[in-house]
Write a protein that binds this ligand. Structure first.
Ligand SMILES: Nc1ncnc2c1ncn2[C@@H]1O[C@H](COP(=O)(O)OP(=O)(O)OP(=O)(O)O)[C@@H](O)[C@H]1O
Ligand SMILES: [Mg+2]
Length: 550
């Protein structure tokens, strides 16, 4: 009985001195042994250790592919563990969840949790590698998850468990994700590839297709198109097309183009990327923005006709070029204008890069569809063209139901008659149906709308009258003006031609009349000049130059 404590003490003392000796030799080895030898030694030690160490480790990093893209596997594992870890981990991170109502927990850094799957024990740990870059720009730490399991479970973990984690994680993500509205921030002067290209807020627009003023058939067609698209992953894979679809929404201001984008996002549960094209520096940045978008998203370019010069005529004359370069030399300042070109945009839509991620909708909106380059909106790029136009009676009924809770009313007949005759946008109808005071009831709102419709009708009639009167006046004046113009031509030619034998006359003839002739070459005036210049040739310009030289 007395020996036991002594033996234990002795044992501890021996162990302590052994560890101390080992530490000493290790420190000496580290310090004096050349690096190459040390590396060999470490490698072999690891190999020997692995013979006895029965566990396998798998790391899942946050960024893959040269940090271009956030790993989907990482996001899925994060979601999977967020459910698991909130029950057993001791250090958690909290984030605002869907609809900003509840908090979602996930594992904090350097935390460990244990999971069990079909009797197999798996240990998960979260960790990060601190950035070691010596660049001027701040670099975020690289996070990763590591799972550890016994090697006898290799098959079950790699073949079944990991697939289960990814599938569950993705489902959790879809269920609990707060949809986001992203925008590309302008003026990122020092943007590096480590900096996020998009900034976001939570997407909380309440618009739905049911609340939109649309004709029922049109609504049905659009909704079916969208739903079919979202369920056609296999179909797109089979026909060898990237899983994306382009929508062009066009129509006058206030007809619901932006509202429809929100309704699309709400219908499909997609994120929205609102791309401000004028803030994109060049085509390379455009591509980077594209690859930073995630799947299940709508990429929107509003008012595409105003966003950049899409006619391809972006070159300036060499004279202007020279002047501009000189000005830049004298006053060096940053060029903040966008250098995105039409071809850059076309590549953005259907180039190779657009295949990254999949399940994307691209929407362009415009008030002037005829201004757009046909290449930009051809089918295959903008697959579906949707015209949003002035408010019809059917569309009005949707608004009346939403705003006033009315399906039928005696005043509807008057509105039906008026709305057919005038061009009024759903935005204007909606504004008139809005109660302006707590005392306003449905009748008051409907009569406000009727007044507005009548006023619009009167204004339209008055405008039509004015236009007709102006046209009539212009038609009347046209023959008189033509006569006057012919008279002026006569005078101008006659005033110049008699003096053209004098030096001043020659000059005048070269500078002025030749110009007139050049302009007139395609017109009948040429004949008039030929007659006055006593030439018989058919070529007005050539003959007149000859005439000037003689
Ligand atoms: N079809 C519609 N159904 C329901 N509300 C609509 C509709 N069209 C317009 N509105 C209402 O009018 C307002 C303006 O609509 P919206 O911003 O969608 O128009 P827009 O077509 O995008 O206009 P712009 O061309 O000027 O961008 C919205 O707040 C919405 O409430
Ligand atoms: Mg809009």
């Amino acid at each position: 009985m007395m020996l036991m404590p002594q033996t234990t003490t002795e044992m501890w003392a021996t162990m302590g001195s052994t560890v101390a000796s080992f530490m000493f030799f290790w420190a000496v080895f580290q310090h004096y042994c050349p690096y190459q030898v040390r590396r060999h030694f470490e490698r072999y030690t690891q190999r020997i250790m692995s013979l006895f160490y029965p566990y396998i480790k798998i790391s899942i990093h946050e960024y893959t592919g040269d940090r271009l893209k956030r790993s989907e596997a990482f996001a899925a594992v994060e979601a999977y563990l967020s459910v698991n870890s909130s029950k057993c981990a001791k250090r958690l991170k909290a984030e605002m969840g869907k609809d900003s109502r509840n908090l979602v927990f996930s594992m904090d850094e350097y935390e460990r949790v244990t999971d069990e799957f079909e009797g197999v024990k798996i240990w998960w740990a979260s960790s990060k590698v601190a950035s070691t870059g010596q660049s001027l720009y701040p670099q975020p730490d690289r996070r990763y998850y590591r799972l550890t399991f016994h090697k006898r479970h290799r098959e079950i973990v790699t073949e079944i468990y990991l697939k289960h984690v990814i599938r569950e994680g993705k489902e959790i993500n879809v269920r609990s994700r707060q949809r986001k509205l992203y925008t590309n921030s302008p003026g990122q002067k020092w943007s590096s590839f480590r900096q996020a290209m998009w900034s976001h807020v939570s997407f909380e627009h309440p618009a739905t297709f049911d609340s939109m003023a649309l004709e029922p058939e049109k609504r049905k067609e659009i909704v079916e198109d969208l739903v079919t698209f979202s369920q056609s992953k296999d179909f797109y894979a089979r026909i060898g097309k990237t899983w994306k679809r382009g929508y062009l929404l066009y129509g006058p201001p206030g007809t619901g183009k932006s509202t429809m984008i929100a309704a699309m996002a709400n219908l499909l549960n997609y994120d929205v990327y609102d791309l401000e094209l004028t803030a994109v520096k060049d085509n390379t940045d455009l591509r980077r923005l594209l690859i930073e978008t995630t799947g299940k998203s709508i990429i929107v370019i509003e008012d595409i006709d105003c966003s950049l010069d899409l006619t391809g005529q972006r070159r300036i004359s060499s004279e202007d070029d020279k002047l501009e370069k000189e000005a830049a030399r004298n006053e060096p300042k940053e060029d903040t204008s966008s250098k995105v070109t039409l071809s850059g945009l076309l590549n953005f839509i259907d180039g190779l890069w657009s295949a990254c991620g999949g399940e994307r909708i691209i929407v362009f909106t415009t008030n002037y569809v005829e201004k757009l380059d046909p290449a930009l909106i051809r089918r295959g790029r903008m697959d579906k063209h949707i015209e949003l136009s002035y408010c019809s009676f059917e569309a009005f009924k949707v608004l009346a139901k939403n705003y006033l809770g009315l399906e039928e009313h005696a005043m509807f007949d008057t509105i039906r008659g008026l709305i057919r005759e005038v061009k009024i946008t759903p935005a204007d109808v909606a504004e008139n149906l809005m109660p302006k005071s707590p005392l306003d009831d449905a009748e008051k709102c409907l009569s406000t709308l009727i007044q507005a419709l009548e006023l619009t009708k009167e204004t339209a009639i008055a405008k039509e009258g004015e236009v007709a009167a102006e046209k009539g006046k212009a038609d009347e004046e046209l023959p008189r003006k033509q006569g006057e113009t012919e008279g002026i031509d006569h005078e101008a030619t006659e005033a110049t031609v008699p003096d053209r034998n004098s030096p001043a006359g020659k000059h005048a003839a070269k500078e002025g009349v030749a110009r007139e002739t050049a302009q007139a070459t395609d017109r009948k005036d040429v004949c008039l000049l030929q007659e006055n210049g006593n030439t018989k040739s058919q070529s007005g310009t050539f003959e007149f130059q000859r005439l000037c030289e003689t």
